[in-house]
Ligand binder design. Structure first.
Ligand code: ADP
Ligand code: 5GP
Length: 401
């Protein structure tokens, strides 16, 4: 039997049970009570050691070391913890950079429940997800047979709107073509390495295509959204189906060739595949076209006969034809969180008291973190955080955005 935590009694426990503001204790630890379990998040002063998690289960009086999934937050000068919706803990790191200060430890979300089930149901699982301000635009999934012109259309879009779109760099086990760069066109990888990462839950989707393994890592999509850009995925129909079945909401576009003869001409003219590979790709194209057109999987089907005309139609469906307000806008970054603070919770708002003693700063010492519109979550980022300052010295409280 493990030793009961010192903080698991008296008023402090009541305070935790209410989901109220939790103060850092015992060298940066916080404790959050959910039912019979007390989740202890262990601080760390050592840069290379991330925050740790252990659970005290009152029903068995045992300490449990859970399986901790996701990227763990790095060490910081203490942290605050607030329980949200009984299913996740919001962590606000002290002294962290603005893009690294908000994290979520998921305790009982759908993802965590699925992961527990996968492990037989008796293993404790928690998952970290980094909090990010603002919403991400819906990703655009582009599919179509090899040689139809997906890459050409995507390049045109990225060249014309470099600040609006970012490419999801897939992983593949196929060899690079002459001009292809690792990390830019693909992450070229060993099959065994990719299979291990798939098993570790790092991929949004993956499929065997023309004899090689291809996949979109969760990180590939998240880094594009982090830049405030809309993510474009060039993936096959199997991958598109997987994304459809995932929590990611996307727009699905299928590109068709004007004819099989034209597709063959384009594939051969590209000159990047051997004769054997060309034949394999052409053979697969028939099934892909059938699925693409008949499955109802895709929101839009575009015929790429004349390149420029097809490109204009693609722009139109993405709201880039001049329609006011339709085009995606880069995400606004808002204001920075303070280095030091204390926190409390009011409904869906976390009040962060920066405690600036100087008079001239005193009018802006309250910051509100609005968590009412969260979306996403582990194994990716948690988006939709909104942050604004409150002017507490004017006529009542006033937002300063
Ligand atoms: P994918 O990415 O779908 O495999 P690519 O973008 O590499 O296809 O295009 C295959 C080849 O077809 C390239 O050489 C490209 O220049 C050419 N191509 C693309 N669209 C057209 C078009 N509308 N008309 C003629 N050739 C095209
Ligand atoms: P290529 O070898 O010509 O670059 O790509 C071959 C096929 O693999 C294309 O249909 C392309 O859309 C698909 N593909 C590329 N990346 C991914 C990926 O990450 N996932 C899936 N499912 N398919 C991909």
């Amino acid at each position: 039997m493990g030793e009961a935590p010192a903080f698991c009694n008296g008023n402090l426990q009541k305070e935790f049970a209410n989901g109220n503001s939790l103060k850092s204790r015992r060298g940066g630890e916080t404790a959050t009570v959910v039912g019979d379990k007390t989740y202890v998040i262990e601080g760390s002063d050592v840069e290379s050691t991330p925050l740790g998690v252990r659970i005290f289960d009152k029903s068995t009086a045992q300490w449990v070391h859970p399986v901790v999934l996701g990227t763990k937050p790095s060490a910081c000068k203490g942290h605050s913890a607030v329980l949200l919706n009984e299913d996740r803990i919001l962590i606000i790191k002290k002294g962290a950079s603005p893009d690294d200060c908000t994290w979520f430890l998921e305790l009982d979300t759908q993802y965590v429940r699925d992961q527990k089930t996968m492990r037989g149901g008796n293993t404790e699982v928690v998952a970290w997800s980094k909090g990010v301000r603002g919403k991400a635009e819906k990703p655009v999934v582009i599919s179509g047979p090899s040689g139809v012109g997906k890459g050409t259309l995507i390049s045109k879009l990225m060249d014309e709107y470099p600040s609006l779109f970012g490419f999801s760099v897939s992983h593949t086990t196929r060899a690079p073509r002459g001009m292809e760069k690792d990390g830019k066109h693909y992450h070229f990888t060993e099959k065994s390495v990719m299979e291990k990462e798939i098993k570790d839950g790092k991929f949004l989707e993956y499929a065997s295509v023309h004899g090689n393994l291809y996949g979109t890592s969760i990180e590939a999509v998240e880094v594009v959204a982090d830049e405030g850009k809309r993510c474009i995925l060039d993936i096959d129909v199997q991958g598109a189906r997987s994304v459809r079945g995932s929590p990611v909401e996307a727009i699905f576009v299928f590109i068709c060739p004007p004819s099989m003869a034209e597709l063959e001409k384009r594939l051969r003219a590209r000159g990047t595949e051997t004769e054997e590979q060309i034949l394999k790709r052409l053979q697969n194209a028939r099934a892909e076209l059938e699925q693409g057109i008949l499955s109802g999987l895709f929101d839009h089907i575009l015929y790429n006969d004349k390149l420029e005309e097809c490109y204009q139609r693609l722009k139109k469906l993405l709201g880039l034809d001049g329609s006011v307000g339709a085009a995606p806008k880069p995400v606004s970054r808002g204001i920075d969180l303070p280095v030091d603070h204390s926190v409390s919770k009011l409904d869906n708002k976390i009040i962060i008291d920066c405690g600036t003693p100087e008079l001239e700063k005193a009018s802006k010492n309250l910051i509100v973190l609005d968590v009412s519109c969260l979306n996403g979550g582990a194994p990716g980022r948690t988006r939709g955080l909104d942050l604004y300052a409150i002017d507490s010295f004017s006529d009542g409280l006033k937002e300063i955005r």
